[in-house]
Design a protein around this ligand. Structure first.
Ligand SMILES: C[S@@+](CC[C@H](N)C(=O)[O-])C[C@H]1O[C@@H](n2cnc3c(N)ncnc32)[C@H](O)[C@@H]1O
Length: 261
Protein backbone atom coordinates (compact mmCIF):
# COMPACT_ATOMS: atom_id res chain seq x y z
CA UNK A 1 0.00 0.00 0.00
CA UNK A 2 1.17 3.55 -0.75
CA UNK A 3 2.61 5.15 2.44
CA UNK A 4 0.39 8.22 2.29
CA UNK A 5 -2.82 6.15 2.13
CA UNK A 6 -4.02 5.88 5.74
CA UNK A 7 -5.08 2.34 6.65
CA UNK A 8 -8.68 1.99 7.82
CA UNK A 9 -9.86 -0.28 10.63
CA UNK A 10 -12.06 -3.13 9.37
CA UNK A 11 -15.05 -4.15 11.44
CA UNK A 12 -17.07 -7.00 9.95
CA UNK A 13 -20.79 -7.11 10.61
CA UNK A 14 -22.47 -9.68 12.85
CA UNK A 15 -23.88 -11.48 9.80
CA UNK A 16 -21.53 -14.03 8.31
CA UNK A 17 -21.08 -13.62 4.55
CA UNK A 18 -20.77 -17.40 3.98
CA UNK A 19 -24.17 -17.88 5.66
CA UNK A 20 -25.71 -15.24 3.40
CA UNK A 21 -24.17 -16.86 0.31
CA UNK A 22 -25.58 -20.27 1.28
CA UNK A 23 -29.10 -18.81 1.54
CA UNK A 24 -28.81 -16.97 -1.79
CA UNK A 25 -27.44 -20.06 -3.59
CA UNK A 26 -30.33 -22.20 -2.26
CA UNK A 27 -32.89 -19.47 -3.15
CA UNK A 28 -31.59 -19.02 -6.70
CA UNK A 29 -31.29 -22.79 -7.30
CA UNK A 30 -34.91 -23.30 -6.22
CA UNK A 31 -36.01 -20.37 -8.40
CA UNK A 32 -34.11 -21.84 -11.34
CA UNK A 33 -36.02 -25.13 -10.97
CA UNK A 34 -39.33 -23.22 -11.32
CA UNK A 35 -38.41 -22.19 -14.90
CA UNK A 36 -36.84 -25.49 -16.00
CA UNK A 37 -38.78 -27.84 -18.31
CA UNK A 38 -39.46 -30.33 -15.49
CA UNK A 39 -42.72 -31.73 -14.06
CA UNK A 40 -45.16 -28.96 -13.09
CA UNK A 41 -45.45 -30.36 -9.54
CA UNK A 42 -41.67 -30.04 -9.04
CA UNK A 43 -41.71 -26.46 -10.38
CA UNK A 44 -44.57 -25.39 -8.09
CA UNK A 45 -43.02 -27.24 -5.11
CA UNK A 46 -39.64 -25.50 -5.73
CA UNK A 47 -41.37 -22.13 -5.95
CA UNK A 48 -43.11 -22.65 -2.59
CA UNK A 49 -39.93 -23.90 -0.87
CA UNK A 50 -37.99 -20.96 -2.36
CA UNK A 51 -40.16 -18.35 -0.60
CA UNK A 52 -38.80 -18.71 3.00
CA UNK A 53 -35.23 -18.91 1.65
CA UNK A 54 -35.70 -15.71 -0.37
CA UNK A 55 -37.22 -14.02 2.68
CA UNK A 56 -34.29 -15.01 4.93
CA UNK A 57 -31.73 -14.06 2.22
CA UNK A 58 -33.37 -10.66 1.94
CA UNK A 59 -33.46 -10.09 5.74
CA UNK A 60 -29.78 -11.10 6.03
CA UNK A 61 -28.69 -8.85 3.12
CA UNK A 62 -30.67 -5.92 4.48
CA UNK A 63 -29.23 -6.47 8.00
CA UNK A 64 -25.66 -6.51 6.67
CA UNK A 65 -26.33 -3.21 4.88
CA UNK A 66 -27.86 -1.61 7.99
CA UNK A 67 -25.14 -2.89 10.35
CA UNK A 68 -22.24 -1.86 8.09
CA UNK A 69 -20.54 1.56 8.07
CA UNK A 70 -21.46 2.01 4.38
CA UNK A 71 -25.14 1.57 5.29
CA UNK A 72 -26.99 2.46 8.49
CA UNK A 73 -23.87 1.94 10.67
CA UNK A 74 -26.10 0.39 13.35
CA UNK A 75 -23.42 -1.94 14.68
CA UNK A 76 -21.20 1.00 15.57
CA UNK A 77 -24.20 2.94 16.95
CA UNK A 78 -25.10 0.00 19.22
CA UNK A 79 -21.50 -0.19 20.48
CA UNK A 80 -21.65 3.58 21.18
CA UNK A 81 -24.81 3.00 23.19
CA UNK A 82 -23.10 0.29 25.27
CA UNK A 83 -20.08 2.54 25.86
CA UNK A 84 -22.46 5.29 27.02
CA UNK A 85 -23.92 2.89 29.61
CA UNK A 86 -20.46 2.42 31.19
CA UNK A 87 -19.75 4.88 34.01
CA UNK A 88 -16.01 4.16 34.09
CA UNK A 89 -15.37 5.35 37.65
CA UNK A 90 -12.07 7.19 37.99
CA UNK A 91 -11.66 7.55 34.20
CA UNK A 92 -11.79 3.77 33.91
CA UNK A 93 -8.47 3.22 35.69
CA UNK A 94 -9.36 -0.42 36.47
CA UNK A 95 -9.05 -3.30 34.05
CA UNK A 96 -11.77 -3.75 31.43
CA UNK A 97 -12.82 -7.00 29.75
CA UNK A 98 -14.83 -7.50 26.54
CA UNK A 99 -16.14 -11.06 26.16
CA UNK A 100 -16.50 -12.17 22.52
CA UNK A 101 -14.74 -9.13 21.13
CA UNK A 102 -15.18 -10.07 17.43
CA UNK A 103 -13.13 -7.56 15.46
CA UNK A 104 -12.55 -5.36 18.52
CA UNK A 105 -14.98 -2.55 17.72
CA UNK A 106 -16.56 -2.24 21.19
CA UNK A 107 -13.34 -2.53 23.20
CA UNK A 108 -11.54 -0.04 20.94
CA UNK A 109 -14.37 2.46 21.48
CA UNK A 110 -14.04 1.91 25.26
CA UNK A 111 -10.27 2.41 25.08
CA UNK A 112 -10.81 5.74 23.30
CA UNK A 113 -13.48 6.88 25.78
CA UNK A 114 -11.54 5.86 28.91
CA UNK A 115 -7.94 6.93 28.16
CA UNK A 116 -6.52 5.56 31.43
CA UNK A 117 -8.00 2.11 31.03
CA UNK A 118 -6.14 -1.16 30.46
CA UNK A 119 -8.26 -3.53 28.43
CA UNK A 120 -8.52 -7.18 27.45
CA UNK A 121 -10.60 -8.54 24.58
CA UNK A 122 -11.22 -12.27 24.48
CA UNK A 123 -12.77 -14.37 21.75
CA UNK A 124 -12.50 -17.95 20.55
CA UNK A 125 -12.28 -16.67 16.92
CA UNK A 126 -13.70 -19.95 15.60
CA UNK A 127 -13.51 -20.80 11.90
CA UNK A 128 -17.25 -20.26 11.56
CA UNK A 129 -16.75 -16.53 12.25
CA UNK A 130 -15.14 -13.99 9.95
CA UNK A 131 -13.19 -12.28 12.75
CA UNK A 132 -9.60 -12.87 13.91
CA UNK A 133 -7.15 -11.89 16.64
CA UNK A 134 -4.81 -10.43 13.99
CA UNK A 135 -7.63 -8.21 12.71
CA UNK A 136 -8.33 -6.98 16.29
CA UNK A 137 -4.65 -6.15 16.81
CA UNK A 138 -4.48 -4.36 13.47
CA UNK A 139 -7.66 -2.37 14.24
CA UNK A 140 -6.35 -1.34 17.68
CA UNK A 141 -3.08 -0.22 16.08
CA UNK A 142 -4.85 1.83 13.41
CA UNK A 143 -7.07 3.43 16.08
CA UNK A 144 -4.01 4.29 18.20
CA UNK A 145 -4.91 2.24 21.30
CA UNK A 146 -2.86 -0.94 20.79
CA UNK A 147 -0.58 -0.15 23.77
CA UNK A 148 -3.51 -0.57 26.20
CA UNK A 149 -5.39 -3.55 24.78
CA UNK A 150 -4.46 -7.24 24.92
CA UNK A 151 -6.39 -9.68 22.73
CA UNK A 152 -6.54 -13.28 23.97
CA UNK A 153 -7.97 -16.45 22.48
CA UNK A 154 -10.25 -17.88 25.19
CA UNK A 155 -13.59 -19.55 25.75
CA UNK A 156 -16.29 -17.39 27.35
CA UNK A 157 -17.56 -20.49 29.19
CA UNK A 158 -14.25 -20.92 31.04
CA UNK A 159 -12.49 -17.59 31.31
CA UNK A 160 -8.74 -17.86 32.02
CA UNK A 161 -8.93 -15.27 34.83
CA UNK A 162 -9.10 -15.33 38.64
CA UNK A 163 -12.23 -14.26 40.51
CA UNK A 164 -12.80 -10.47 40.80
CA UNK A 165 -10.07 -9.42 38.31
CA UNK A 166 -11.93 -6.75 36.30
CA UNK A 167 -13.48 -3.38 37.17
CA UNK A 168 -15.71 -3.30 34.08
CA UNK A 169 -16.96 -6.13 31.87
CA UNK A 170 -18.86 -5.71 28.62
CA UNK A 171 -20.14 -8.23 26.13
CA UNK A 172 -22.17 -7.84 22.97
CA UNK A 173 -24.23 -10.64 21.37
CA UNK A 174 -21.85 -13.36 22.50
CA UNK A 175 -23.39 -15.38 25.38
CA UNK A 176 -26.05 -16.94 23.13
CA UNK A 177 -23.32 -18.06 20.70
CA UNK A 178 -21.35 -20.12 23.25
CA UNK A 179 -21.82 -23.69 22.10
CA UNK A 180 -19.91 -25.41 24.91
CA UNK A 181 -22.55 -24.47 27.56
CA UNK A 182 -26.15 -25.52 27.06
CA UNK A 183 -27.29 -23.27 29.90
CA UNK A 184 -26.37 -19.75 28.72
CA UNK A 185 -27.09 -18.25 32.17
CA UNK A 186 -24.00 -20.14 33.36
CA UNK A 187 -21.94 -18.20 30.76
CA UNK A 188 -23.23 -14.90 32.19
CA UNK A 189 -22.34 -16.08 35.71
CA UNK A 190 -18.85 -17.00 34.51
CA UNK A 191 -18.48 -13.38 33.31
CA UNK A 192 -19.69 -12.10 36.69
CA UNK A 193 -17.21 -14.37 38.49
CA UNK A 194 -14.26 -12.39 37.13
CA UNK A 195 -15.89 -8.99 37.90
CA UNK A 196 -14.76 -7.44 41.17
CA UNK A 197 -17.35 -6.50 43.85
CA UNK A 198 -18.74 -3.07 42.97
CA UNK A 199 -17.52 -3.47 39.37
CA UNK A 200 -19.75 -2.61 36.42
CA UNK A 201 -21.18 -4.86 33.76
CA UNK A 202 -22.97 -3.98 30.50
CA UNK A 203 -24.20 -6.95 28.48
CA UNK A 204 -26.23 -6.91 25.29
CA UNK A 205 -27.75 -10.14 24.09
CA UNK A 206 -30.99 -11.79 22.97
CA UNK A 207 -32.10 -12.02 26.61
CA UNK A 208 -35.80 -11.91 25.61
CA UNK A 209 -35.44 -15.08 23.54
CA UNK A 210 -36.97 -17.69 25.87
CA UNK A 211 -35.54 -20.57 23.86
CA UNK A 212 -32.02 -19.37 24.65
CA UNK A 213 -32.21 -17.73 28.07
CA UNK A 214 -35.59 -18.95 29.43
CA UNK A 215 -37.98 -16.48 31.03
CA UNK A 216 -36.33 -13.03 31.27
CA UNK A 217 -37.81 -12.30 34.73
CA UNK A 218 -36.46 -15.60 36.06
CA UNK A 219 -33.09 -14.81 34.49
CA UNK A 220 -33.03 -11.43 36.25
CA UNK A 221 -34.07 -12.98 39.59
CA UNK A 222 -31.33 -15.57 39.23
CA UNK A 223 -28.70 -12.92 38.39
CA UNK A 224 -29.81 -10.76 41.34
CA UNK A 225 -28.37 -13.46 43.63
CA UNK A 226 -24.93 -12.73 42.14
CA UNK A 227 -24.96 -8.94 41.74
CA UNK A 228 -25.81 -5.87 43.84
CA UNK A 229 -27.85 -4.17 41.08
CA UNK A 230 -29.12 -5.12 37.63
CA UNK A 231 -31.38 -3.26 35.20
CA UNK A 232 -32.72 -4.38 31.84
CA UNK A 233 -33.31 -2.13 28.84
CA UNK A 234 -35.02 -3.25 25.64
CA UNK A 235 -32.67 -2.31 22.81
CA UNK A 236 -35.62 -1.19 20.66
CA UNK A 237 -36.55 1.39 23.33
CA UNK A 238 -33.02 2.74 23.64
CA UNK A 239 -32.51 3.64 19.96
CA UNK A 240 -34.56 4.08 16.80
CA UNK A 241 -34.14 1.18 14.35
CA UNK A 242 -35.45 0.38 10.88
CA UNK A 243 -38.39 -1.98 11.43
CA UNK A 244 -36.79 -4.97 9.72
CA UNK A 245 -33.82 -4.95 12.13
CA UNK A 246 -36.33 -5.52 14.92
CA UNK A 247 -37.33 -8.85 13.36
CA UNK A 248 -37.17 -11.58 16.06
CA UNK A 249 -34.42 -13.29 14.04
CA UNK A 250 -32.27 -10.13 14.13
CA UNK A 251 -32.48 -7.74 17.13
CA UNK A 252 -36.14 -8.09 18.13
CA UNK A 253 -35.18 -10.00 21.30
CA UNK A 254 -32.17 -7.88 22.21
CA UNK A 255 -31.92 -6.43 25.73
CA UNK A 256 -29.14 -4.69 27.64
CA UNK A 257 -28.47 -5.90 31.18
CA UNK A 258 -26.34 -3.55 33.20
CA UNK A 259 -25.50 -3.07 36.83
CA UNK A 260 -22.89 -3.62 39.52
CA UNK A 261 -21.66 -6.71 41.29
C1 LIG B 1 -22.25 -11.70 17.06
S1 LIG B 1 -20.51 -11.78 17.26
C2 LIG B 1 -20.28 -10.31 18.25
C3 LIG B 1 -18.87 -9.79 18.18
C4 LIG B 1 -18.62 -8.52 18.99
N1 LIG B 1 -19.00 -8.69 20.38
C5 LIG B 1 -19.33 -7.34 18.40
O1 LIG B 1 -20.25 -6.82 19.02
O2 LIG B 1 -18.93 -6.91 17.30
C6 LIG B 1 -20.32 -13.09 18.43
C7 LIG B 1 -18.90 -13.31 18.86
O3 LIG B 1 -18.88 -14.32 19.85
C8 LIG B 1 -17.69 -15.05 19.68
N2 LIG B 1 -17.84 -16.34 20.38
C9 LIG B 1 -18.70 -17.34 20.10
N3 LIG B 1 -18.53 -18.36 20.97
C10 LIG B 1 -17.54 -17.99 21.82
C11 LIG B 1 -16.92 -18.61 22.93
N4 LIG B 1 -17.27 -19.83 23.35
N5 LIG B 1 -15.94 -17.94 23.58
C12 LIG B 1 -15.56 -16.70 23.18
N6 LIG B 1 -16.12 -16.06 22.13
C13 LIG B 1 -17.09 -16.70 21.45
C14 LIG B 1 -17.57 -15.17 18.17
O4 LIG B 1 -16.26 -15.53 17.77
C15 LIG B 1 -17.96 -13.77 17.75
O5 LIG B 1 -16.85 -12.92 17.72
Amino acid sequence: MCDNVKAKAKYNTWIRIYKLLIFWVISLTLLLVTVLPVHLFLRVFSGIIALPFIYISFILSYSIYQFAAIGGNYQSKIHDLLVAKVNGDGDGKGRILDIGTGSGSLIIKLAKTLPKSILTGIDYWGENWEYSKAQCQQNAKIEGVSDRIIFLKANAAELPFKDDEFAIIVSCLTFHEVKTRKNKTEVIKEALRVLKPGGEFVFLDLFMDRKIFGDEKELLNDLKKHVATVKNYKLAEEMKFPKLLLNKKVLGNATILSGRK
